[in-house]
Design a protein around this ligand. Structure first.
Ligand code: NAD
Ligand code: UDP
Length: 318
């Protein structure tokens, strides 16, 4: 049996929400891990518990620049994921996705490393097919305010498959649906963190539009298990593979659950729906089930309880 002990993994975006959890998982599995991040939306606080860990090292680096690092496996997560964060500097976002994928695919080719790409359900845009299967090509506005992220991630997928065809890189593409949990940035503007922080502070809950748009929320531990499983698939298996929790909720249902679990008296206020906001989203996960026997275990109720506990503690500490 091949063990991961002594093998080297590289995680870009390591100081972010998902990247820091992935680093923990890989270290637990015996990998020697290099975390790389420019700290644009991530924070060293997410990696503070690893200080002194001889199997982990951190490099401050921007993926829009090439890097030479010895590695057997690359997980490419570097990119802001929250709409306000990726829209704040859209040209930078596009560069991060496209140049980042290109430089680290080049590195994978040189190092003969496996390359795992954090893609997104946003490649389906505002989907006309529901639930979304991997063979759906999507419905993306190429010139809207979300395009820097959606088209950047689509181009990154293209690069993965071109490097697979031309350079024989063993790529694995994960299409990640909305994921939440501890270590989300309280101020990054995504709906789960916004609603929980607002509820805990007794501030109004900001519902965008009529709140009837849907999302499917995956707890971080489930997501990390799937990314890890994907990295172990045989070379012929590149995906893309949807990773998400098929439970589908409106934003009003999410707000109700957050209010009930926090016991908050916050009221709802309605703000305009952002441009191109997808109306519905739900993964078809049959490919992940067939390839990895994977399905999420943590439902929204339990996942929200854990996330609320994290934010309560963080707000108290602040
Ligand atoms: P995050 O913002 O918490 O983490 C992203 C990390 O990438 C941050 O630490 C940031 O500083 C770093 N980064 C950004 N640009 C960089 C650059 N040019 N060079 C180096 N580092 C850079 O977001 P997250 O939720 O942890 O998302 C991680 C990845 O997963 C992203 O690629 C995102 O697109 C993808 N994803 C996340 C979700 C989700 O719901 N969390 C859904 C779909 C896809
Ligand atoms: N949303 C909301 N209130 C907020 C933040 C977001 O109603 O304070 C809505 C947003 O318009 C979208 C959904 O929640 O319909 C999910 O938004 P998020 O930014 O978390 O992720 P994404 O739109 O990328 O799926």
């Amino acid at each position: 049996m091949v063990t991961s002990t002594g093998k080297k993994a590289l995680v870009t975006g390591a100081a972010g929400f998902l990247g820091s959890h992935l680093v923990d998982k890989l270290l637990g599995d015996g990998w020697q891990v290099t975390g790389l991040d420019n700290l644009q939306t991530g924070a060293m606080q997410n990696l503070a518990h690893l200080s002194g860990n001889a199997k982990f090292n951190f490099i401050k680096h921007d993926v829009t620049e090439p890097a030479e690092i010895e590695t057997d496996m690359i997980f490419n997560l570097a990119c802001p994921a929250s709409p306000p964060a990726y829209q704040a500097d859209p040209i930078r976002t596009l560069k991060t996705s496209v140049l980042g994928a290109m430089h680290f695919l080049e590195l994978a080719a040189r190092q003969k490393a496996i390359f795992v790409q954090a893609s997104t359900s946003e490649v389906y845009g505002d989907p006309l097919v529901h639930p979304q299967r991997e063979d759906y090509w999507g419905h993306v506005n190429p010139i809207g305010i979300r395009s820097c992220y959606d088209e950047g991630k689509r181009a990154a997928e293209t690069l993965c498959f071109d490097y697979r065809r031309k350079e024989n890189v063993d790529v694995k593409v994960a299409r990640i649906f909305n994921t939440y949990g501890p270590r989300m940035d309280p101020n990054d503007g995504r709906v789960v963190s916004n609603f929980i922080v607002q509820a805990l502070k007794g501030e109004p809950i900001t519902v965008y539009g009529d709140g009837l748009q849907t999302r499917s929320f995956c707890f971080v531990d489930d997501l990390i298990g799937a990314i890890h499983g994907l990295s172990k698939l045989p070379p012929g298996e590149a995906g893309p593979v949807n990773i998400g929790n098929p439970g589908e909720f409106t934003m009003l249902e999410l707000a109700e659950q957050v209010l009930a679990l926090t016991g908050s008296k916050s009221r709802l206020i309605y703000n305009p729906l952002p441009q191109d906001d997808p109306k519905q989203r739900k993964p078809d996960i049959s490919r992940a089930q067939a390839l990895m026997g994977w399905e999420p275990k943590v439902g929204l109720h339990e996942g929200l309880q854990k996330t609320i506990a994290y934010f309560s503690q963080r707000l108290k500490a602040a």
